[in-house]
Write a protein that binds this ligand. Structure first.
Ligand code: SAM
Ligand code: SF4
Length: 326
């Protein structure tokens, strides 16, 4: 079988697929002024998604994460989950959501074949949550998280972007919260994009401080978990939950890169940062183009660079992560 392996011997079995760039939140680090449409709305159709995922699966992709924008804004979200989960070779379907409709929809998504869900909860303080996301719905999102666990999701993760002066005092709240819950809490270092330079300079905080704090307090780092990709994961015998740290600015972050991205307009992005993407759209509407599609993906991958060069100040062409699916 053909495999997605690049020139640096990295293997890509994980696809992050954006199905919309629209969002109903105004996270201050992502879309502070809310979603602004900059193109005619023509996101990938179900047929295009089916053909795309099938081609990736034939190239060895095993896991697909559906992202956005806010993926659950698509009315056919459950149908998309179902299509992807039925694709031969795909072993895991996950999504990342702001949790807005989780409480109502968790069961539908579970029944459609969703295996895992990451919910963004940038603060456990309702006021701070409102300030960061522009939405005063902390309780609703938390009820959504409980609903996801209740309907049977065994892999619920919480994403929280680390921000100096905003949510950096929340660590103890988060730790208390996961003590008796089988939840992985993932702290993501704030990433610089084209649109958020000033915000980034003011609020970026290194995950290294959290790492040192955890190690000092009896947490131990899990080793060799390639399916966690670039996340460093920590456990503690007194806690049911785990902590994950995603530190894109750390040395060697890109060495464990295991993911490719496709935008909601059908462009393949080899990295979250730094390139325009390769257009796949003309090969997505017909299943007859599958071999040509696979060949284009493989050719593109041969151009994947070794690093994102973020440390050198590169922000590439990504205005904000909602545009290609963070
Ligand atoms: N709307 C969904 C959500 O927020 O979960 C999915 C899309 S969002 C772009 C995916 C993830 O990227 C979220 O966890 C979000 O917090 C994170 N994110 C967005 N912009 C970011 C940035 N500049 N730095 C770090 N993480 C970011
Ligand atoms: Fe929307 Fe997610 Fe961006 Fe927040 S991080 S504005 S929820 S796309």
């Amino acid at each position: 079988m053909q495999q997605l392996i690049d020139n640096f011997d990295r293997k890509f079995e994980y696809l992050r697929l954006s199905i919309t760039d629209e969002c109903n939140f105004k996270c201050n680090y992502c879309l502070p002024d809310g979603y602004q449409r900059t193109h005619q709305k023509q996101f990938l159709s179900q047929i295009e998604i089916k053909n795309l995922v099938n081609a990736f699966a034939e190239l060895g992709t095993k896991k697909v994460r559906i992202t956005g924008g806010e993926p659950s804004l698509r009315k056919d979200f459950s149908a998309i989950i179902s299509t992807i989960s039925k694709t031969k070779g795909i072993q895991k379907v996950a999504t990342t959501s702001n949790g807005f409709s989780l409480q109502k929809q968790a069961k539908d998504w579970f029944d459609a074949g969703l295996d895992a869900i990451n919910v963004s909860v940038d603060s456990l303080d309702p006021k701070m949550f409102h300030l960061i996301t522009g939405k005063n719905i902390f309780d609703k999102v938390m009820q959504g998280v409980s609903a996801a666990v209740a309907v049977g999701f065994t892999q619920v993760k919480i994403n929280s972007v680390l921000m100096k002066g905003l949510n950096d005092t929340n660590l103890n709240l988060y730790l208390a919260w996961i003590q008796d819950k089988p939840i992985q809490l993932r702290f993501i270092e704030l990433m610089q994009t084209e649109d958020n330079l000033e915000f980034f300079n003011k609020h970026h905080l290194s995950g290294e401080l959290i790492k040192q704090n955890l190690l000092k307090n009896g947490w131990t780092q899990k080793m060799g978990l390639c399916h966690d990709g670039p996340a460093q994961v920590f456990t503690h015998s007194d806690y049911q939950g785990e902590i994950g740290l995603i530190m894109p600015y750390s040395k060697d972050f890109c060495k464990s890169c295991n993911r490719l991205r496709v935008s909601s307009l059908g462009r393949l992005h080899l990295c979250l940062f730094g390139e325009e993407g390769v257009d796949l759209r003309d090969l997505l509407s017909s299943a007859d183009d599958k071999e040509a599609l696979k060949a284009r993906i493989l050719t593109a991958l041969s151009n994947k660079k070794e690093s994102h060069y973020l440390q050198q100040g590169n922000v590439g062409g990504t205005p904000h992560l909602a545009s290609i699916g963070g």
